[in-house]
Design a protein around this ligand. Sequence first.
Ligand SMILES: Nc1ncnc2c1ncn2[C@@H]1O[C@H](COP(=O)(O)OP(=O)(O)OP(=O)(O)O)[C@@H](O)[C@H]1O
Ligand SMILES: Nc1nc2c(ncn2[C@@H]2O[C@H](COP(=O)(O)O)[C@@H](O)[C@H]2O)c(=O)[nH]1
Length: 215
Amino acid sequence: MESDATSSALANIRFDVLQPSPLLIVISGPSGVGKDAVLNEMKARLLPFHFVVTTTSRKPRPGEVEGVDYNFVDLADFESMIANNELIEYALVYQDYKGIPRNQVTRALQSGKDVVMRLDVQGARKIRDLFPEAVLIFLVPADAKEWYQRLIDRKTETPESLKIRIETALGELNQLDLFDYVVVNAHNRLQKAVDDIEAIIKVEHSRTKPRKINI
Ligand SMILES: Nc1ncnc2c1ncn2[C@@H]1O[C@H](COP(=O)(O)OP(=O)(O)OP(=O)(O)O)[C@@H](O)[C@H]1O
Ligand SMILES: Nc1nc2c(ncn2[C@@H]2O[C@H](COP(=O)(O)O)[C@@H](O)[C@H]2O)c(=O)[nH]1
């Protein structure tokens, strides 16, 4: 039987510290490392996140689906989104514009959902500047040859665009310090990479000092 003092103490204990704050999670890494493959697997696992659909001025590749892979718009529409401050971050990536729609991120965070976005390294840096509390994850291949082969096998690049992506990757790999975590996406070990990302997110939700995103 509880005493009055115990009941009143119990009534005053607040466990709402366990209410998680939604996270802003960036998956970045060199072109071809597997960011989209990782995201697709996270979606297939029905993880309860909001996966940002980036807006781009790039033309769809065969098989890419509007509203799933990207929101495809023409250059004039993209420029008007920039002018109207509708994008949290945007950049010219391999000669096409890509950007993160502000309203998507705001709505998802307000509803309490973690937000996951994939960005190149310049985009990850911008997000770090804007939201120091974002969780930045850098995806790397297990070795360089395997990564190069993935880009070739994907058959999306011309020799010129392949060269640009490789040169860009060399610069990106020097910026590891920007990131909170590194995850290896080894050949045919996609599940392991996604397990690691899930584990990171779980740990982030167990912080005694939760990251708070002010948007
Ligand atoms: N762990 C893995 N094992 C084998 N193949 C993989 C693995 N991860 C990704 N791939 C394949 O490698 C290719 C590149 O992956 P993906 O398109 O996801 O890279 P990305 O980082 O999103 O590239 P980009 O930045 O150019 O959009 C794809 O054909 C994908 O299916
Ligand atoms: N800075 C940003 N980079 C983005 C964004 N959305 C995607 N990306 C990155 O672009 C490259 C190329 O993508 P591809 O589909 O044309 O191969 C890749 O590294 C993406 O991560 C964004 O909104 N901002």
